[in-house]
Write a protein of this length. Structure first.
Length: 266
């Protein structure tokens, strides 16, 4: 163990779901973790968990819609822990699940800001510190939703397409600084999954059955190790890549058309 000993990481949206799972896994590998989260209660709880699991955790209230808030979290990571080696761009601010023609300009702007702009700001903010450290690892969250054109997520799908372009551009340009930039398309039992499972009988079983591996992913035990790999020296010769960590769901894909929406409308 200890793959991330003496490494300092900042994880946005680490107060729950996949972000929390990553933070916990990083802690088990000896990392110092900035829990960059807007929710003070969940953010502090995860920082406490990081400390209990053998890492060093610090909660920093962070609003990814605000560039200055992101840059403040990065600055605190450097001053509190003495460096910055790993960035995980995980957070985004969701909008209502409505059809594309019902999405508003405000919804689109919110999604683009909390996804593409937030990642852009964080990556540029981390760059000087990673260069000082002699290199670094950046992991951006992509989504299978973009690949299948998931219904009711048009703004999200658009933003995640941008994340893929951003990842590849940074990988191409920042390799000269010894910075690896990769993307992950995960699916796991986060807060949304549990909410849907509680509302719809059989949801968990159907979801598991859609995957070739026949089960749903756990944020800490299934997603976390892959992020550790990308954040550690094991991935030093890998950049600009996109990994699906979804139990094979990307192979069959899935039908996302809502019930009651006809095939053809005028």
């Amino acid at each position: 163990m200890g793959l991330l000993n003496n490494k300092v990481a900042i994880i946005t949206g680490a107060g729950g779901g996949i972000g929390r799972g990553i933070a916990r896994r990083f802690a088990r590998e000896g990392a110092s973790v900035i829990v960059a989260e807007l929710n003070e209660v969940t953010g502090q709880a995860v920082a406490d968990e990081v400390n209990e699991l053998g890492g060093r955790g610090l909660f920093v209230k962070t609003d990814v819609m605000d560039k200055s808030s992101i840059l403040s979290a990065i600055a605190l990571a450097y001053t509190h822990f003495g460096g910055l080696n790993i960035l995980v761009n995980n957070a985004f601010v969701p909008t209502p699940n409505v059809k594309m023609e019902e999405k508003t300009d405000e919804m689109l702007e919110q999604t683009l800001t909390s996804t593409i702009k937030a990642a852009w700001w964080a990556m540029q903010g981390c760059l000087p510190h990673m260069r000082t450290a002699g290199g670094g690892k950046i992991i951006n969250m992509y989504s299978i939703d973009t690949e299948i054109g998931a219904w009711l997520h048009a703004d999200y799908n658009t933003a995640k397409s941008g994340i893929l372009g951003l990842t590849r551009s940074a990988a191409a340009e920042w390799g000269r600084f010894n910075i690896n930039v990769n993307a992950v398309a995960p699916t796991a039992m986060g807060a949304t999954f549990h909410e849907l499972a509680a509302k719809h009988e059989g949801f968990a079983q159907r979801s598991a059955g859609m995957r070739p591996l026949g089960r749903c992913g756990d944020p800490e035990n299934d997603i976390g190790p892959v992020i550790v790999f990308l954040a550690s020296e094991m991935s030093d010769y890998m950049t600009g890549e996109t990994l699906h960590v979804d139990g094979g769901l990307h192979l069959p894909g899935y039908q996302s058309r809502p019930e009651g929406v006809p095939i053809k409308e005028k």
